[in-house]
Design a protein around this ligand. Structure first.
Ligand code: C2E
Ligand code: CA
Ligand code: CA
Length: 635
């Protein structure tokens, strides 16, 4: 413990020295400790006097100065070295230098913690004055001259002790402040992390636009509001093509560009979110449906431009499904979203690039589809399915060469359900396989009653994609003891062009085994006529729409003619489907079509009627002259 003593009288210094040495040399340490214990309390009051020797003893290290300025310099030095004084005993009158008051004042200015003890004879000072100059008051004390040794030691001990405690406290405070600082920093960091996490949870990382979660929250507020609003759901047309042909980076870039366009073109107060993939959703306040449609058409137009994506030019295009919500009508945001989604599906189905507003019929059809899906799975087991057969007739003598097997569902609940309705539903679920197997078995069974015609069975793309398709069909047909020559597989271009290599291989195998292969609905897909050569085919079936358009549009007639040409050049049969009139039949015969099929010749019929017709072998009901006319033309 460092103590500073400043007094101009050497004798006084001697007295101080005696005080402090006595306290140490005469074994007074015990007394000192006892004093400290008495002063500052002791945990164990029963401690015997001699065991107090174990107590930490304060030892004093005194610095003696004769003049105020020297004392001030000593304080300055102590602050620099870090070995600070706890107490300074200051004489009041110290000629010729500065007096005690000034000394105290200067020391205080340097060291705010030191305890000052003013040592004075008589009343030659004003305590208030000194306090004012060198306060605070609780760090200034007075001892009168002449003093008792005990008095000095007691004061030094008490103040030294207090100083030490203060220092420790100060230190602890410092640590605490540091800790608080760290905590505050951590809290800042946490808050920053939290807001980053919140941002990430609510934003799409690719476009930085709000995501599905954020959109649903906004939508939740919108349905509770008292304003009419519109939710638009947008999907890019042909986006998959961009991804597949130009790569994902290009796809990402296009998404970002479109997002920006939407944000720029969305009306003020609108909200644009990216739901995922190439799907965006917008919320807009509108006065009604007309305004909503107008705004959406504007958005579509803005996106229907040629984009420059990573050096490639990409034609933009999109479809929008729109749901307009009047206040207090729909309360569930999910419901709004579902309807906008249904409208979007409808827009895409209707050829893309358009805005479709939701209407109840969309919901109805979805519900119906679900019911159909449920009912269909039981229909097979309950024997509600049946096959009908439509003759495929040779042009020349209207000889019946085969029958196309067409499935029917006679549902006790829905009546006669068209395959156009339930086949796509079965396609979407795995039901198509079970249904397809039933059709094969049934067709093969019926075929065996006919004298020689083939049966033509439709296979949907999903069936064709099935693993082990060839083995599966072969097993079912040959197991029944049927010559594959009498079994024709009808597939569409979609099935083939999904995976050209695989399709070519499958068709080749099947054909080698003797199966007949027909390409159904030909002309509606995207395959070039030229590509057809790669596939082992027996027959092209011209789609009904071309036959129908033949008499009206040049294009249809041209397509029919070129398909017939191609088929003949490649040695294939060409079946024109959907022949409904005498005129069509004539035109097709003139064009050289080898086979015809359609209501004009015969409607699809039950197995019994098909058997009668098969046994007869030819259609007699159709006018003979037509037959001759055509024969005449083609020699
Ligand atoms: P598709 O393969 O193009 O079958 C021809 C469709 O045209 C049949 O409709 C047939 O009844 C109809 N049709 C025949 N002649 C005429 C005509 O002169 N005029 C008109 N307007 N239509 C005619 P259906 O039976 O309703 O079948 C629709 C579609 O369902 C079929 O089209 C085929 O893709 C699919 N389908 C039918 N049966 C099966 C099946 O067993 N399996 C699979 N996977 N699909 C089937
Ligand atoms: Ca067909
Ligand atoms: Ca067809």
């Amino acid at each position: 413990m460092r103590i500073l003593i400043v007094d101009d009288e050497p004798a006084m210094h001697e007295s101080y020295r005696q005080c402090f040495t006595t306290s140490r040399s005469d074994g007074n340490e015990t007394a000192l400790s006892a004093m400290a214990a008495e002063l500052f309390g002791d945990d164990d009051e029963e401690v015997p006097a001699d065991s107090a020797a174990d107590e930490p003893v304060i030892t004093f290290d005194c610095t003696h100065k004769m003049q105020g300025l020297d004392a001030v310099a000593a304080i300055q030095a102590s602050l620099e070295s870090g070995e600070r004084y706890s107490v300074a005993f200051i004489d009041v009158r110290m000629p010729p230098g500065i007096d005690g008051k000034e000394t105290a004042k200067r020391i205080r200015a340097l060291d705010p913690d030191i305890n000052l003890v003013i040592v004075t004879g008589y009343s030659d000072f004003s305590p208030l004055d000194i306090s004012r100059a060198a306060g605070p008051a609780d760090k200034i004390f007075y001892i009168a001259k002449p003093f008792q040794a005990e008095e000095v030691i007691q004061t030094a001990t008490a103040l030294g002790h207090r100083w030490q405690v203060d220092q420790e406290l100060e230190h602890a405070r410092g640590l605490l402040a540091e800790k608080i600082g760290q905590l505050e920093e951590q809290q800042h960091e946490l808050a920053a992390n939290e807001s980053r996490a919140i941002h990430m949870a609510n934003h799409d990382s690719l476009t930085e636009a709000p995501n599905r979660l954020a959109f649903l929250r906004m939508l939740g507020q919108a349905v509770k509001g008292d304003h009419c609003f519109a939710m638009a759901m947008m999907d890019l047309d042909r986006f998959k093509l961009v991804n597949d042909t130009l790569g994902h980076l290009a796809g990402d870039e296009l998404i970002r560009m479109v997002c920006q366009i939407l944000q720029q073109n969305c009306p003020e107060g609108g909200f644009v979110a990216r739901l995922g993939g190439d799907e965006f959703a917008m919320l807009m306040q509108v006065t009604g449906e007309d305004e909503a449609v107008m705004l959406c058409e504007r958005l579509l137009k803005a996106c229907t431009i040629s984009f420059k994506v990573l050096g490639h030019s990409v034609q933009g295009g999109a479809s929008i499904g729109l749901m307009v919500v009047a206040p207090d009508t729909i309360r569930d945001p999910i419901d709004v979203m579902r309807r906008a989604d249904l409208a979007l599906n409808e827009a895409k189905r209707q050829g893309r690039g358009i805005v479709r507003v939701f209407d109840e019929s969309m919901d109805e059809s979805i519900r119906f589809r679900r019911q159909i899906e449920g009912g269909l799975s039981e229909a097979i087991a309950k024997g509600e399915l049946k096959l009908v057969f439509q003759p495929i007739v040779a042009r020349e003598k209207l000889e019946i060469t085969g029958f196309e097997a067409l499935v029917r569902w006679c549902s006790p609940e829905y009546g006669m359900v068209s395959p156009g309705m339930f086949i796509p539903i079965a396609e979407e679920s795995n039901l198509i396989h079970e249904l397809g197997d039933w059709v094969i078995d049934e067709a093969v069974k019926t075929l065996q009653t006919w004298p020689g015609q083939y049966v033509s069975v439709n296979f949907s793309p999903r069936q064709f994609r099935r693993h082990n398709f060839v083995a599966h069909v072969v097993e079912r047909v040959t197991h029944a003891g049927v010559d594959p020559n009498r079994f024709q597989i009808e597939i569409t271009e979609t099935a083939i062009f999904d995976n050209v290599e695989r399709a070519a291989e499958i068709l080749f195998k099947l054909r080698q085994m003797g199966f007949r292969i027909a390409l159904d609905d030909f002309g509606t897909g995207y395959s070039s006529l030229y590509n057809i050569r790669r596939f082992a085919l027996d027959c092209l079936k011209i789609d009904r729409s071309f036959v129908d358009g033949m008499g009206r549009e040049r294009e249809s007639a041209a397509i029919v003619h070129s398909i017939i040409h191609l088929g003949r050049a490649l040695g294939m049969e060409v079946v024109a489907e959907g022949v409904e009139t005498e005129a069509q039949l004539q035109a097709l015969r003139l064009a050289g079509c080898s086979h015809v099929q359609g209501y004009y010749l015969a409607r699809p019929m039950d197995a019994e009627d098909a058997l009668l017709l098969a046994e007869k072998g030819v259609l007699h009901d159709v006018a003979e002259p037509a037959l001759e006319a055509s024969n005449g033309t083609h020699g």
